[in-house]
Structures are given as structure tokens and as C-alpha cells.
Design a protein around this ligand. Sequence first.
Ligand code: GLA
Length: 390
Amino acid sequence: MERTLIPIFERIFGMPPEVSSFAPGRINIIGEHTDYNLGYVLPAALNLRNYFFLSRRPDDQVSIWAENFKKKEEFPLTEISFSEDNQWVNYIKGILWVLEEKGFKFQGINGLIWGNVPLEAGLSSSAALEVSVVHGLDTLFELGIEPLEKVKIARKAENEFVGVQCGIMDQFISVFGQESMVLFLDCETLDYKLFPLRMIDAGLRIVVYETGVRRELASSEYNRRRNESAQALEVLRKSGVQKYKEATLGKLEGMKNDMNDVVFRRARHVISENQRVRDAVLALEKDDFIRLGELISQSHESLRDDYEVSCPELDLLYKVAQEFPGCLGARLTGAGFGGSGIALVKIEGIAAFKEKLLDDAEKEGFPRPTFYEVEVGGGTQAYFLSEEKG
Ligand code: GLA
């Protein structure tokens, strides 16, 4: 598909693209709602990506064609304002706005975007779009932006321009992901380590189950969870614990009477989830996928009962996974409230597993789920098309 985007670019803009970039979406193996609590996460980049082709213009206009929507947006660099009608263009505007604010100098562009990360499905299509844009611009205008700075620019665009208070995980994995590797990230220090995911050798695959459910309230509920977990940390601080990473379930129990039940359970999720990420790393080092599967399922239970970000469609995945002999574990991935889940399934059982989920979803009257048998792909790349080897 990428190659067919070049003639489309030429037809729309009457000139060839100079630079091509892409950035991936992600799944999170484990470590949910821990990034903004400065804890641990374990995401992996997908082979589903957003592509961005671009060329310089002589003026300061920005003209972007979105191939997925067959829509064009044009605006001058001097007037970057939020678009109420076309949400997708705000991710691009957000990046340009942050770059301008940071004092980077560049001129207008013609650009084309296309992606195969499903939208609003909890697989980070927005981080893929942001990172592909910042990397494409950095390459075309030789801005010299370091990889970690790209992560921060993309997150700032999402937090401050688009207005979504996400953590750092999605943009980080989109930049630093590597093929067949999962990334362990400490969201406080931003130290990270990549671990090989030798699942195929073990006869396993990750199946992504996309519920097709989008919750209107997702963003306000997400912010509410952020506040509740921050409130719990404030209380924990009275007991001398400064950060979630230092907290234990024992310490939390000791403070139980100082917080309400909801706030207590939010904290219990964050503390136990941080521990599960550490345990998952140990399991991965030993290629112990049975243990990994258990941790993944425990993560779902905690997200469902303590953090309360699941929904009936995601709980169905968990339930079928518990009953299905070829499935080692399953959980929601990403923010929750609809979106997607992941399951660790034996290759020979995948077809039957999907069949069962489709049947059960239909019986329950849920939307028909979509499945992706994903590969763990690499992080963002960008290059001048003229430098491409023949
Ligand atoms: C969304 C956010 C991430 C993270 C997850 C939950 O994907 O963008 O930063 O908070 O939710 O783990």
C-alpha cells in the first residue's frame, strides 16, 4: 500500500513527495494506567502504522490530504487553530504548533497521510499519526530533533493542543519500538529496556480483539481515574511513600481508613499492576508464557474490579479466554472503556478461539468484533525518497 501512496500524492499535489515516514500503533502487553502514575509499562509496537509523505512548498501554507477520509485541509503556518470539524488534522496542527513554540524554523508543506491502525480502537492511532508527522518534518527540514524529544513533542501536542491528558507510553513505544521486542519502560526516569518476545517459537501468538465499542465518556472517565489515583497518592504520602513505585499493598492497607473505597481500589490497581509488570519481565526472561498469561489475566481482573475501566464486551474476551484451553491469558489493552483487548493464544487454536468469541458476541447482542493477528514491528522511520536504494 505504501508504494501506491506516491502516485496519489503526485496526482493531488502535482509534485513528488520528498520524504516518507511512518510510525506504528501499539499494544500494551501489561502495565495499564500506570504511565501517568509514573510506574512501569510493557508495550510493543505493531506492524500497523501511519504513513506520512511530504514535500516542501515555497510559501507558508500547509496542505494535507488524508487518504483514509479522502479529505483535504489547508491552513497557513501563521494561523494554527483547533479544527472542530476534522479531528485528524488537529494531531498534525498540534505537532506544528509545538515545533513553532519551541522555535524550530520551517516552511509550508504538502503532505499525505494514510494509516492502517484502526481508529479509536485503543491501539494508538493518534500517537502513530503524531510521531510520523514529527519525524517526517524533522527529516525534511533537518531539525535535528533527538528521539526522546520527538516523544515529548508528540505527547505535548496531544496534551495541550488536542486536549487529551494521556501519559507517555504510546508516543514512547511508537518512537523506540523494535521488531519482535517488547519495551519495559520506567515512566518516571524514562529508562527503558527491550526484551525479545519469543512467542512464535513457543507456538503462540497475540490476537487483538477489537470490540467495535467506542465510549463517549472515555476521555472524561480517563481524567477522573487520573485524579482518583493522584488523590490516593496524596494520602499515601502521609505514610512516607513518595511515589507509586515505592508503595506496597501492605502500606496501602495501613492507610485504608484514610481514603474512600473508590480511591483505595484505584491505588490497589496501580500498585499491583506495577508489580505485575516487574513479574512479567521475569517471566519473559525465562520464556515462561504460562506465567505471563496468568499475569495478563490478573491485570484484566484488576482493571475490571479495581480501576473499573472495562466493559461487557472486553469482559467477554476475558471470560472466553479463561474457558478456552488454548488461551494462556487475556486482558483489555490501552485505556479501556471499549476499544481492544489482547489474548495469548496457541497458534493451532486461534481459528476456534475467534469463532467462539464471534458466536458469544452475537448471542450477547454485542457489535461484531474484528481480529488482528499482529506482528511486533519496529519504531518510527523516515527518509528522503531520493536516497532510497534501487
Ligand atoms: C491511553 C493513554 C496512555 C495510557 C493508557 C492506559 O492509551 O494514551 O498514555 O495511559 O491509556 O494505560
